[in-house]
Ligand binder design. Structure first.
Ligand code: HEM
Length: 474
């Protein structure tokens, strides 16, 4: 994250009042030098909710620079669709760049366009179909290990599962040792990036050496060695493999050029980092919400029994599992794992019909907009039916960009389909056979790189229905 919001765009804008009914209102006063940074740092989710309560277009101070917070879906849509043209993505920091190199998340301009067009075909729906079998297989292997009455740490179980799925679908490695080596190094790097992102590290200049940054460097060296070993094996192999890496190796740009080894490394690591923790946290929040909402949990199992009966799900079931899809969408509404998106205004930037001075940092938050009663009836309630899943029951009318867990516009998440299919299949495999009863007690979201539960999420596994009886008879 950069710390400079640049010149005071909101200054000029605030002077002339409203456009399109979106008046710029001042945010909380803040303190000298640091502005609203202490309040933001203490509890960013509550801070954004307070800004939203003030208006749809709120000026605030991120350190010495002025910033704008936007809450209205139409303005959020403008920001997201204008990224790359009149808004820049912020720099995500040195730790991020060390690990991701110049992959599609980090790249900008023509370089980003080329990379996006090379990576995109490997995550198209047709390709996701071929990864779905691996997703379901990994979930079934976990289900086969769970026993009635077993105590599990849901965060750990979901992280291990999505890690295995990511390593297998991206790198196509089939040995547990390979999967473990890559996964372990990724874990170290990701943890340090999260720590830097949510701590003071993000405010330090790139050249300041910190122990965390040194650990990211060491983990990156391990990842580089592992990935280059796997790439070499793929290049030597003469058979077409059904993994993402094979598709990236085959991809060609309009001049016929392939991605270089360095670019292949950057993109595979980017896909791993982009997809692993985001999906694993979404699943943890889904179990949390299901455990606290028995009505929804019962409705989910009715669908799973009806669609699947006694068999495991496959890709073709995804379209039929509409309630399960709605459970995932509703989970992403209440607990959007990516909880903020920002853009830095460039020359010519406009929002809501008003010019935004270059250098202004504009902030939007999925957390704040997804819980806005103007767009969602009873926004704090976990109600998958709002997505129009029950036979005959119409969906709520939800404006475009009132729900944007995957972003939008030209930089929309490349893994949207991948993530939705993965979350739905994992839930379907596990919830068809089991109930997870989470221990009582409040679990609060902590915003780091992704929205994480503030503590261990412990649960008791319960085998469902008559299967419990069969299980006992074994
Ligand atoms: C629930 C899971 C996921 C969520 C909530 C999520 C969310 C997002 C969001 C909000 C963005 C846009 C960031 C921005 O505008 O700056 C994004 C970008 C991206 N995501 Fe995801 N993501 C998820 C899963 C995945 C998966 C599974 C993959 C890969 C298989 C993936 C790969 C990417 C990539 C490569 C980008 C960068 C696109 C670009 O800059 O052109 N994501 N994701």
């Amino acid at each position: 994250m950069t710390t400079q919001a640049g010149p005071a765009a909101a200054d000029g804008a605030a002077a002339d009042g409203a456009t399109d009914g979106q008046k710029i209102v001042p945010g909380p006063r803040g303190v000298p030098l640091l502005g609203n940074l202490p309040e933001f740092g203490k509890d960013p989710l509550a801070f954004f909710e307070r800004l939203r309560a003030r208006g749809d277009f709120v000026s605030w101070r991120f350190g010495r620079g002025r910033a704008l917070f936007i809450a209205h879906p139409s303005t959020i849509g403008e920001l997201l669709t204008e990224v790359e043209r009149t808004f820049d993505q912020p720099d995500l920091g040195i730790a991020f760049r060390t690990l991701l190199g110049n992959g599609v998340v980090v790249a900008k301009g023509a370089d980003w366009r080329r990379k996006r067009s090379l990576v995109q075909p490997s995550v198209r729906p047709k390709q996701v179909r071929s990864y779905a079998a691996t997703m379901a297989e990994c979930a079934v292997a976990l289900a086969d290990r769970w026993r009635d009455g077993q105590r599990v740490d849901v965060k750990k179980e979901m992280a291990a599962l999505t890690q295995l799925i990511a390593v297998r679908t991206i790198f196509g490695v089939d040995t547990a040792a390979d999967a473990e080596a890559i996964g372990r190094a990724m874990d170290v790097a990701q943890k340090e990036i999260g720590a830097e992102f949510s701590g003071l590290g993000a405010l330090l200049p790139d050249w300041v050496p910190t122990p965390g940054r040194a650990r990211v460097k060491r983990a990156t060296a391990v990842i580089d060695a592992e990935v280059s070993r796997v790439v070499a094996r793929h290049r030597d192999g003469d058979t077409e493999r059904p993994d993402l890496l094979s598709r990236l190796l085959a991809a060609q740009d309009e001049t016929g050029a392939h991605l270089s080894d360095r670019e292949i490394r950057d993109e595979t690591v980017t896909l791993y980092i982009g997809g692993h923790e985001t999906t694993s946290s979404t699943l943890v929040w889904a179990w949390h919400l299901l455990s606290r909402n028995p009505r929804v949990r019962a409705a989910l199992t009715v669908e799973l029994d009806r669609v699947l009966g006694d068999r495991e799900p496959g890709f073709d079931d995804y379209a039929r599992l509409t309630y399960t899809q709605a459970v995932v969408k509703e989970t992403l509404r209440l607990y959007p794992t990516i909880w903020l998106l920002t853009g830095m205004a460039k020359e010519g930037a406009m929002l809501g019909g008003r010019p935004i001075a270059p250098g202004t940092r504009v902030w939007s938050s999925q957390w704040a907009t997804h819980r806005d009663a103007r767009w969602f009836t009873d926004p704090e309630e976990f109600r998958p039916e709002r997505w129009g899943t029950t036979d005959g029951e119409p969906a709520e009318e939800i404006p475009e960009y009132a729900w944007f867990p995957f972003g939008g516009g030209p930089r929309v998440c490349l893994g949207t389909r991948f993530a939705m299919v993965e979350a739905v299949l994992v839930l379907a495999v596990l919830a068809r056979r089991f109930r997870l009863d989470l221990d009582p007690g409040e679990i609060r979201p902590v915003p780091s790189l992704t929205l994480q539960p503030d503590r261990e999420v412990l649960a008791t596994v319960r085998v469902r229905g008559d299967r419990a009886v069969r299980e006992e008879g074994r």
